[in-house]
Design a protein around this ligand. Structure first.
Ligand SMILES: Cc1cc2nc3c(=O)[nH]c(=O)nc-3n(C[C@H](O)[C@H](O)[C@H](O)COP(=O)(O)OP(=O)(O)OC[C@H]3O[C@@H](n4cnc5c(N)ncnc54)[C@H](O)[C@@H]3O)c2cc1C
Ligand code: FES
Ligand code: FES
Length: 493
C-alpha cells in the first residue's frame, strides 16, 4: 500500500503525500507549483484553456493525450507524466515548434486561449502522421478562441505537425517510458483515513474489497462528470476511489463475434475498435465531447452515470450489449437496457461497480445506423440520439433493435416500433408507417432547453425514416451532410 501519489514533471519524479481527495490538477499547477501558464476559463471541460498533455504508456509505447486539467483530479495522474505549457520553452531552450508556428501564423491575440491550443497541438504533434485539416479541426474541437479566429490556429497546427516529432520530448521518449515503467509499482494507493481519502486500487480484487468497505465512496473513471460536481456544484466528496489504475479494467478484447470493453477504457482507447465495427460508431465517438473529454472519459462512466442523453448507451443497446457488474467476488450480467430503471436510478447495488460491457458484432444481414442530433457539431450533448440494428432477410426486415437517447428519462428501446417493423418491406415505405406511429406509444419526451417535446418526437421519426431509407440502399451522400458512409467505407477498403 502506498500513501502518496507519484508522477513525472519536467523529467523528475514528484511525490505528493498530502492530498485533498478532490484536488484538481489545475489547482495543483496554478496554486502549488505556481505554473500559471495553464489558464482556467470555464472550469467544466468545455473551453480547453486548461489543457495539459498527459504522457502514459499504451501497449508499452509513450503517448501524449490532451486533457482538461480543471476536471482532472490530481490523484488521477499517479504514474503519468504531466506536461504543462510553462514547460515547453524551458525544456526546448526556445519556443517549441508548436509555439513557433502559432507565432508565425499570427494565431494569438489576447492570448488567454493560447496555452490550451498549444497543448492540444503539442499532443497532436506527438501523435505524428501529418494531419490534414479535418484531423487538426478534430483535435482542436475542445478549444475555444474568442478573438483570433480559428483559421490561423489551424494553419499553425498544419504547419507544426506536418513532420515527425523532433522536439526534446521525442528525443527523451525512451527515458520517459522507462521512468513511467518505474512508477508502475502495482501498489494500491490510499491517502487519508477511513472518513476521507483518495484511493486508487491496483487490482480488481482490491477495488471490490475497498468499495465493499466504503459503499458511500464515489467511484471515478475519467472524472468528466464527477469533476463538474466538484468545480460547478461545489459538492463535498470526502471518499474518492479512482478506477484508472485497476489492472485489466480497461482491457478491450475482440473475439471476432463480440467486442468486450472494460469499464475504464476511455473513448480514445475504444474508438478504433468501435470504428472497426461500423462507421456510424466512429462518427458517434468523434462527436462525443472533444479530444480532451475522450482522452479521460470512460465507456463505463457513460453507462454508470445513467444519463438519459449519454451517447453510448442507445448505440450499445441497439447492438444488443450486455452489461457486467461486480460486487465483492461476484459478477452478474444483464441486457444493458435493463440497467436503466428510472431517471437517475440504475440497477446497481451498494458496493457494486460496472466492470465490462460486451457488444455483439454485426452478423451477416445486419445493418447498423446511429445518428446524434445536437445543437453544435462538436462537444455538445445530444438532444436526440437514435440507434438502429436491422436484421434484413431478402427485401424485408426480419427483426430489429431500436434505442433512443433524449426521448425518455433513461436511454430506452422503442419496443412498440420494433414489433411494428418486423416483416416490413425495405422498399415499401407504406409498411413503415405503423412503426413510425408506434414511436408515439414508446415515448413521451419532455420539453427542456435542448429541445421541445414536439421536436424530439418529429426528430425520432425522421431518424428512423432515414435509417430505413439507408438500409433500403439509398446512398448516404444524398441524405447526410457529414459522416457519409460511402466515403468512409471506400477509404478503409
Ligand atoms: C465538455 C464535456 C463534453 C461532454 N460531451 C459528452 C457527449 O458528447 N456525450 C456524452 O454522452 N457525454 C458527454 N460528456 C459527459 C461525460 O464525458 C461522459 O458521460 C463520460 O463517459 C463519463 O465518463 P467518466 O469516466 O468521465 O465518468 P466519471 O465522471 O468518472 O463518473 C461518472 C459517474 O459514473 C460513476 N462511475 C464511473 N465509472 C464507474 C464504474 N465503473 N462503475 C460504477 N460507477 C462508475 C461515477 O461514480 C459517477 O457517478 C461530456 C462531458 C464534458 C465535461
Ligand atoms: S477551464 Fe475550460 S476546459 Fe478547463
Ligand atoms: S486569442 Fe483571445 S481568446 Fe483566443
Amino acid at each position: 500500500m502506498r500513501s502518496s501519489i507519484r508522477f513525472l514533471r519536467r523529467g523528475e519524479i514528484v511525490e505528493v503525500a498530502e492530498l485533498s481527495p478532490t484536488a484538481t490538477l489545475l489547482d495543483y499547477l496554478r496554486l502549488t507549483e505556481r505554473a500559471c501558464g495553464t489558464k482556467e476559463g470555464c472550469g467544466e471541460g468545455d473551453c480547453g484553456a486548461c489543457t495539459v498533455a498527459i504522457g502514459s504508456l499504451r501497449g508499452g509505447r509513450l503517448v501524449y493525450e490532451p486533457v482538461n486539467s480543471c476536471i482532472q483530479l490530481l490523484g488521477m495522474v499517479d504514474g503519468k507524466e504531466v506536461v504543462a505549457v510553462d514547460d515547453l520553452s524551458r525544456r526546448e531552450g526556445r519556443l517549441h515548434p508548436v509555439q513557433q508556428a502559432m507565432v508565425d501564423a499570427h494565431a494569438s491575440q489576447c492570448g488567454f486561449c493560447t496555452p490550451g491550443f498549444v497543448m492540444a497541438l503539442f499532443a497532436l504533434y506527438h501523435a505524428g502522421a501529418a494531419p490534414d485539416r479535418s484531423r487538426v479541426n478534430d483535435w482542436l474541437a475542445g478549444n475555444l478562441c474568442r478573438c483570433t479566429g480559428y483559421r490561423p490556429i489551424v494553419a499553425a497546427g498544419l504547419e507544426a505537425c506536418a513532420g515527425r516529432p523532433s522536439d526534446s520530448y521525442a528525443a527523451a521518449a525512451g527515458a520517459t517510458a522507462e521512468a513511467l515503467r518505474g512508477l508502475a509499482d502495482g501498489e494500491d494507493v490510499f491517502i487519508g483515513d477511513k472518513t476521507s481519502f483518495f484511493a486508487a486500487p491496483a487490482t480488481v480484487q482490491g477495488l471490490a474489497k475497498l468499495y465493499a468497505r466504503h459503499k458511500d465512496a464515489v467511484l471515478v473513471g475519467g472524472a468528466t462528470d464527477v469533476g463538474l460536481w466538484i468545480t460547478k456544484q461545489l459538492r463535498s466528496l470526502p471518499k474518492i476511489i479512482h478506477l484508472g489504475r485497476v489492472e485489466g479494467l480497461d482491457a478491450i478484447a475482440d473475439s471476432g463475434t463480440e467486442l468486450s470493453i472494460g469499464a475504464t477504457a476511455t473513448y480514445a482507447m475504444a474508438e478504433p475498435h468501435l470504428a472497426a465495427m461500423d462507421p456510424d460508431l466512429a462518427e458517434l465517438v468523434r462527436r462525443l465531447g472533444a479530444k480532451q473529454v475522450r482522452a479521460a472519459g470512460t465507456v463505463g462512466g457513460n453507462i454508470a452515470n445513467g444519463s438519459p442523453i449519454g451517447d453510448m448507451p442507445p448505440a450499445l443497446i441497439a447492438l444488443g450489449a450486455t452489461l457486467e457488474l461486480r460486487r465483492g467476488g461476484k459478477t452478474r450480467t444483464m441486457p444493458l437496457e435493463k440497467f436503466f430503471l428510472a431517471y437517475g436510478k440504475q440497477d446497481r447495488r451498494p458496493g457494486e461497480f460496472v466492470s465490462r460491457v460486451r457488444v455483439p458484432k454485426l452478423r451477416a444481414g445486419q445493418v447498423f445506423r446511429c445518428y446524434k442530433i445536437a445543437k453544435r457539431f462538436d462537444q455538445d450533448i445530444s438532444a436526440v440520439l437514435g440507434a438502429f440494428r436491422f436484421t434484413v432477410d431478402g427485401d424485408r426486415i426480419r427483426d430489429c433493435r431500436i434505442a433512443y437517447g433524449g426521448m425518455a428519462a433513461t436511454p430506452k428501446r422503442a419496443e412498440a416500433a420494433e414489433t411494428a417493423l418486423a416483416g416490413a418491406e425495405l422498399a415499401g415505405e407504406a409498411t413503415w408507417q405503423g412503426a413510425l406511429a408506434a414511436l408515439d406509444n414508446d415515448f413521451a419526451p419532455i420539453d427542456d432547453m435542448r429541445a421541445s417535446a414536439a421536436y424530439r418526437r418529429a426528430t425520432a421519426k425522421a431518424l428512423m425514416t432515414k435509417a430505413l431509407h439507408e438500409t433500403a440502399g439509398v446512398p448516404t451522400a444524398g441524405i447526410r451532410v457529414v459522416g457519409q458512409r460511402e466515403a468512409v467505407l471506400a477509404s478503409v477498403a
